[in-house]
Design a protein around this ligand. Structure first.
Ligand code: HSE
Length: 311
């Protein structure tokens, strides 16, 4: 038996919602699991770059039992008292690795949904989301990868994930600016403080609430006010040279609603109202060029659909 699952890329945090907010993008990884007789360890993992993602370096991605997809699948098998064996895992990637676009969440989610199908669906969505979040360490990429759209997630103390899908105004567009270097999430989390000043926590609390209200009311000015952060982006600026300049340079640019770091970075998402694309791109390119960084651009809508089985 063979199962393939297509899973979208994601952008987590979205400014004030560190480890809580996330959205899906129409860029996909496809995870295929096949039960087949294999030599050696009984596990084979192949990772293939899809068209348009040839620049992604796959050399450092583990293809043994330390691979995160395998680890996620193993937890699901353990959940029903089994161990994976004679399993071929193939991952076709469109999502650049270590750029903040949820590549790891997408393959974890894809691997789990595919394994659950192979096993005859022993786990419900709640269990799958909980295993996926345990492997990933936070739920903000996992939920939109599973469900699509824009989501608010909370990883509860009992290990479950409580989430809500939020509305999105289709007049708001995303420009994803992807720099030509990778940033490992672990490194990007290591620069965050263990404790933050109360006033910074309150700053984000207010903005997270405003963010949700702005989505429900399609209120662009409120969203503009909501899209800033004091919990993670300021600490990560040193790992993403040029980010604060880009934010500053775009602040008063016509059409721009806000600039946020994508997940742990280094990609940046500009939320704008569909106008002035050329000027926005030029400002980002020029600012990053000044910092010796080249960038690629993707103008994308939000992907409303989450992970799906494609055969
Ligand atoms: N919320 C996570 C972080 C996302 O910012 O570290 C990582 O992709």
């Amino acid at each position: 038996m063979k199962v393939s699952v297509k899973v979208p890329a994601t952008v987590a945090n979205l400014g004030p919602g560190f480890d809580c907010f996330g959205l899906a993008l129409p860029l996909y990884n496809i995870v295929t699991l096949e039960e087949t007789v294999l030599p050696g360890s009984g596990i084979e993992i192949n990772i293939i770059n899809e068209k348009n993602n040839e620049g992604t370096n796959l050399d450092d991605v583990a293809t043994d039992k330390t691979n995160i997809v395998y680890k996620a699948i193993e937890l699901l098998y353990n959940f029903i008292g089994q161990t994976p064996n004679e399993l071929k895992i193939t991952i076709k990637t469109q999502i650049p690795i270590s750029r903040g676009l949820g590549s790891s969440a997408s393959v974890i989610v894809g691997g789990l949904i595919a394994a659950n199908e192979l096993l005859g669906r022993p786990a419900d969505e709640k269990v799958l989301m909980s295993i996926a979040t345990e492997i990933e360490g936070h739920p903000d990429n996992i939920t939109p990868a599973f469900k699509g759209g824009i989501t608010l997630s909370s990883w509860e103390e009992d290990g479950s994930v409580l989430y809500r899908k939020l509305p999105w105004n289709d007049d708001w567009k995303l420009m994803i600016c992807i720099p030509d270097y990778e940033l490992n999430t672990e490194i990007s989390r290591s620069v965050l403080p263990k404790e933050v000043p109360l006033k910074d926590a309150v700053y984000n609390l207010k903005r997270s609430a405003l963010f949700v209200d702005s989505l429900y009311n399609k209120d662009e000015n409120l969203l503009k006010a909501a899209l800033s952060d004091k919990l993670h982006q300021p600490y990560r600026e040193k790992l993403v040279p040029g980010m604060s300049d880009i934010t500053k340079n775009l602040k008063h640019t016509n059409g721009v609603i806000g600039t946020v770091l994508c997940g742990a970075g280094p990609a940046i998402a500009i939320i704008y109202n569909g106008i002035n694309v050329a000027e926005i791109k030029e400002i980002v390119s020029n600012t990053w060029n000044y910092h010796n960084v080249n960038t690629g651009f993707l103008n994308l809508p939000i992907e409303k659909e989450g992970a799906s089985i494609i055969n």
